[in-house]
Design a protein around this ligand. Structure first.
Ligand code: FAD
Ligand code: FES
Length: 374
C-alpha cells in the first residue's frame, strides 16, 4: 500500500538516559504565537540535517519539576518546503508539557529531541495522480499541514480537500497559511472550515460533523473515484469517531482510511475494561528478552508493569514517546511468545498479524517472549 498510515492513563515519567544518535540537542530558532493557546516552535536544522517524512513527529524531552518529561509533537514543517523543523503545541487543560512550553520556552533555548518517528506518512511521487481527503480537528492540523505542503509541491497532478474543524474562528491554527496555499494552488487545495461556534457573518459550516453535513461537504468535493482517493484524519477522539462512522456509512473501505491519534480513546477503553476479565496468564511475572541496537537484555516483568517500564527502570535506553500505545515509537516485533497489549489502536491489523507489539502497553503472557526493536 502506498500510504503507510498506521496506526490514558496517568503517565509515569520514566528516568531514561538519552545518549546516542537517536537524540539531538536543537536550538529554538523562533517561537510563533499561532492562536491564544497554540505556539509553533521552530528548531534550527543541525548539520548534518535531520531527515524526516511529512506526518512524522518529534519527541520533545524536557526537564520539568525535576523529571525528564517526553511528549510527541507532529512536525508541521515539510521536508520539501521548510528549511527548519517545526512543531505546534496547543495547550491542554492541566497538561504538563503543553503549558510548560508556551510559559517557559525562549528563543535560543536548546531542547533535547528524539529523532523523527511515526507511520502516519506517505512517499511522494511526481508521476502520481491522487486525491487526499483530510479531516483535521484543532491541533490535529499539524501533520496534515505538512502532508498538504509536500503533496502540493511534489505531486503536480494530485489534489487535496481539507475539512478542518475548530471550536471558533480564533482557534483556527494556520488559517492564513492555509488560505495562502489555497490561493497559490488554485483548484488543487480546497479548505472547508467547520466551526462549533460560528459568528453571525460566518460563510462556512457550523456545528458538529453529522451525516447530513458530511453529505453536503462531499457534494462540494470532487469525486476522483475510490481507487484514487485516500482519507486521512487527525483530531479529537469524538471527531475521529464521527468521521469514521460517517465514512463507513458511505461504504469507504477501511484500507482507504488512515488515522493519527494524539490522545488515547476513553470510550472504547472503558467498554473493553468492563468486558475483559484478567486472565490467569496475566498474573505472573515473566522474563522477556529484548534485542535492541545490537544488544540483548533480559528483564523480569511484573504483572502490573509494562515491558517498557520494566526496561527503563533497569536503565535500558529503549525508544519511547507517548507511553500510551499511540505513537509506535516503542514498536518491536515479537519473535516468539505471546504479548498482551492494553491498547491496540496504535497498530494496524496487519502489523499485529506480523507480530508487532508496543512495549509501552505490552505485558508478556508466556515465558518465551523475545522482542526485537528497530
Ligand atoms: C503521535 C502524536 C503526535 C502528537 N502531536 C501533537 C501536536 O502536533 N500538537 C499538540 O499540541 N499535541 C500533540 N500530541 C499530544 C502531545 O503529545 C501531548 O499529549 C499533549 O501536548 C498533552 O501533553 P501534556 O503534558 O500537556 O498533558 P498531560 O500532562 O500528559 O495530560 C494532562 C491531561 O490532559 C489529557 N490530554 C492529554 N493530551 C490531550 C489532548 N491532546 N487533548 C485533550 N486532552 C489531552 C490527559 O489525558 C490528561 O488527563 C501528539 C501526540 C501523539 C501521540
Ligand atoms: S511510546 Fe508511543 S506507542 Fe509506545
Amino acid at each position: 500500500m502506498a500510504f503507510s498510515f498506521f496506526k490514558k492513563s496517568a503517565k509515569k515519567e520514566a528516568p531514561a538516559t538519552t545518549s546516542g544518535s537517536r537524540y539531538h540537542d536543537l536550538p529554538v530558532k523562533e517561537i510563533i504565537r499561532e492562536t491564544k493557546d497554540a505556539i509553533s516552535i521552530v528548531f534550527q536544522q543541525p548539520e548534518p540535517k535531520i531527515t524526516y517524512k511529512s506526518g512524522q513527529f518529534l519527541t520533545l524531552i524536557v526537564p520539568i519539576e525535576g523529571k525528564e518529561v517526553r511528549r510527541a509533537y507532529s512536525l508541521c514543517s515539510s521536508p520539501f518546503t521548510d528549511e527548519d523543523l517545526a512543531v505546534t503545541v496547543k495547550r491542554v487543560d492541566n497538561g504538563l508539557m503543553s503549558n510548560w512550553l508556551p510559559d517557559n520556552l525562549k528563543t535560543g533555548d536548546v531542547l533535547k529531541i528524539m529523532e523523527p518517528m511515526g507511520q502516519f506518512t506517505t512517499e511522494f511521487d511526481k508521476a502520481r495522480k491522487r486525491h487526499l481527503i483530510l479531516f483535521a480537528g484543532g491541533s490535529g492540523i499539524t501533520p496534515i499541514l505538512s502532508i498538504i505542503k509536500s503533496l502540493l509541491t511534489q505531486e503536480p497532478e494530485s489534489m487535496v480537500s481539507l475539512i478542518y474543524c475548530n471550536r471558533d474562528i480564533d482557534s483556527i491554527i494556520f488559517k492564513d497559511e492555509l488560505a495562502t496555499w489555497e490561493t497559490n494552488h488554485q483548484g488543487r487545495l480546497h479548505v472547508i472550515h467547520v466551526l462549533d461556534n460560528a459568528p453571525m457573518n460566518w460563510q462556512g459550516y457550523s456545528g458538529l460533523l453529522n451525516p447530513d453535513m458530511l453529505k453536503k461537504l462531499f457534494e462540494r468535493i470532487p469525486d476522483w473515484g475510490i481507487d484514487n482517493t485516500t482519507y486521512l484524519m487527525c483530531g479529537p477522539e469524538g471527531m475521529m469517531k464521527n468521521v469514521d462512522t460517517l465514512l463507513a456509512q458511505h461504504n469507504i473501505p477501511k484500507e482507504k482510511i488512515f488515522k493519527e491519534s494524539f490522545v488515547q480513546g476513553t470510550i472504547d477503553k472503558e467498554k473493553k475494561q468492563e468486558a475483559t476479565p484478567v486472565e490467569a496468564d496475566e498474573k505472573k511475572a515473566r522474563e522477556v528478552t529484548i534485542r535492541y541496537d545490537g544488544n540483548e537484555y533480559k528483564v523480569m516483568v511484573e504483572p502490573d508493569r509494562t515491558i517498557l517500564e520494566t526496561a527503563l527502570d533497569q536503565g535500558i535506553d529503549l525508544p519511547f514517546s507517548c507511553q500510551s500505545g499511540l505513537c509506535t515509537a516503542c514498536r518491536g516485533k515479537a519473535l516468539s511468545g505471546k504479548v498482551k497489549l492494553d491498547e491496540e489502536e496504535g497498530l494496524s491489523q496487519s502489523e499485529r498479524d506480523e507480530g508487532y507489539v508496543l512495549t509501552c502497553v505490552g505485558h508478556p503472557l508466556t515465558d518465551d517472549v523475545v522482542i526485537e526493536i528497530g
